[in-house]
Design a protein. Structure first.
Ligand code: TA6
Length: 304
């Protein structure tokens, strides 16, 4: 572990701005601190676990019971979901939400940008372990830019000989003061699949309020958030978190509420009050079909 950290810092550290160090449970992470913001990214899953613009409260929610076990999903932050969203369509024994979030990614680039932001790029390629789960050759790049905004770009490339179909999501957990005192704009008029009511299709006729368990996949939301603001209005923290997305026609909104929170070992019982997930996704019919050599980029820009 120490050699890995030393080698990473020798190759990729940026003086006083980006360094690698052992994180929770010794898992390697990048610690980013620049004049604009701070952030943390674990190599396991290319998992962003913190983002905090200077002078603001943390933007992402992390579970206090997150387990940071090798090859296990980390609860909170921004899990990278790929190459399928939700349970595997055929084999329920395959990991929920795919394998990208539990594999160790490689660092490919670090850079200080002219505006003072910090860029970190991580890469995941197919291995015998991934091919055993999903029989395709791929290159996955996650490009993270930490500045006054957090920009996350997940680019998948088909490096094989046959077309593949991939879904995914940037499964972002946002920190709120009290979920009962927020509302979410940007989804008005959109239809959604209510995963808690027999996958019935419903229409959003108001802002989104969270007063019970919510698990919805909004669709035909292409550019919803860039046309208007897809945003969390937080009356307790007196702030608005906006989310702009591209490469996605589906947006997932999730809050486990009390019972589901209690049922998850890595989720504190009352934690549902301080978080909401708004996920930029390629889910359901929005999966992407990539021919050999083709790429797709799913991206999310988060700001205050
Ligand atoms: O965010 C939507 C969702 O698919 C929910 O149904 C819930 O399962 C959540 O993801 C968390 O999934 P995870 O596998 O991280 O526990």
């Amino acid at each position: 572990m120490e050699n890995q950290i030393e080698s990473l810092n020798a190759q990729f550290a940026l003086t006083d701005e980006l360094r690698f160090q052992p994180g929770e449970n010794g898992l390697p992470k990048a610690q980013i601190n620049n004049g604009l913001a701070s952030a943390e990214v674990y190599l396991q899953g290319a998992h962003i676990t913190a983002f905090q613009p200077r002078g603001s409260e943390p933007v992402l929610w992390m579970s206090s019971l997150a387990q940071f076990q090798r090859n296990k999903a980390i609860r909170g932050g921004v899990p990278v979901i790929w190459p399928w969203f939700g349970p595997h369509a055929i084999d329920k024994h395959k990991p929920q939400h795919g394998f990208a979030r539990t594999m160790e990614w490689q660092v490919s680039t670090t850079k200080t940008l002219p505006d003072g932001s910090t860029l970190l790029q991580l890469q995941l390629n197919d291995t015998s372990a991934t091919r055993a789960l999903w029989p395709h050759a791929f290159e996955l790049n996650l490009t993270i830019t930490v500045g006054t905004e957090l920009t996350i770009e997940l680019t998948s490339r088909n490096t094989g000989e046959k077309t593949f179909t991939a879904g995914g999501a940037l499964h972002s957990y946002f920190a709120v003061g009290d979920v009962k005192k927020i509302h979410i704009d940007g989804l008005l008029g959109r239809h959604y699949i209510d995963q808690l009511d027999g996958n019935r299709i419903k229409q959003q006729n108001d802002a989104v309020y969270i007063r019970e368990e919510v698990d919805r996949i909004y669709f035909d939301t292409e550019d919803t958030c860039t046309e208007g603001i897809c945003a969390i209005f937080d009356a307790q923290l007196l702030r608005q978190i906006y989310i702009k997305r591209s490469g996605s026609h589906t947006t997932v909104v999730w809050n486990p509420w009390e019972n589901k929170a209690k049922a998850m070992a890595d989720f504190p019982d009352g934690g549902y009050r301080q978080m909401v997930c708004i996920e930029t996704a390629n889910a359901v019919d929005d999966v992407r079909h990539l021919a050999p050599g083709e790429t797709h980029t799913l991206s999310q820009i988060i700001g205050l």
